[in-house]
Design a protein around this ligand. Sequence first.
Ligand code: HEC
Length: 139
Amino acid sequence: MAVLLLTAPVASAEPVAAVDEKRGRLLYLQCRACHALQPGGAALAGPHLGGLLGREVASVPGFSYSAALRAQSFRWDRARLDRWLEASGSMVPGNSMAFAGITNAPDRAALIAYLAAATALPAIPAAPVVAPMASHPVP
Ligand code: HEC
């Protein structure tokens, strides 16, 4: 037990993951003008990416997707994101995302790693915030 605690400092996990995430964050600057990472921001040219991994394609309510993207039926996973970021136009011809693509595979992997973390939706608290606890009656 003590050994586990001693060997698990945050800094020890750094080398590879930290480099990837930094690179990914930098690459996201190419997307930022059009995509928010989380729901609820200002309307941009592209849909927000909140909860992207596992999300149904073309499913952000109120966003006006192209017919081409709406005609698709899949959930976003890492493999599909990789294809999309490399060449969205050949993956879904006729889509309306004006982006040239990222030809470098390690760059795409770094960006996807960053997006996986940055677009994860915050966990919803299990207990309602306003409900008083029955075991602690107000005096
Ligand atoms: C010039 C604006 C623009 C840029 C830059 C851009 N996108 Fe997009 N993106 C769009 C638009 C518009 C759509 C919707 C396409 C459609 O409806 O055919 C889209 C769609 C997407 C989707 C599908 C979303 C869904 O709800 O199914 C993903 C994922 C995505 N973009 C990721 C990215 C990433 C990551 C980058 C940066 C590398 C990026 N985009 C750069 C405008 C942009």
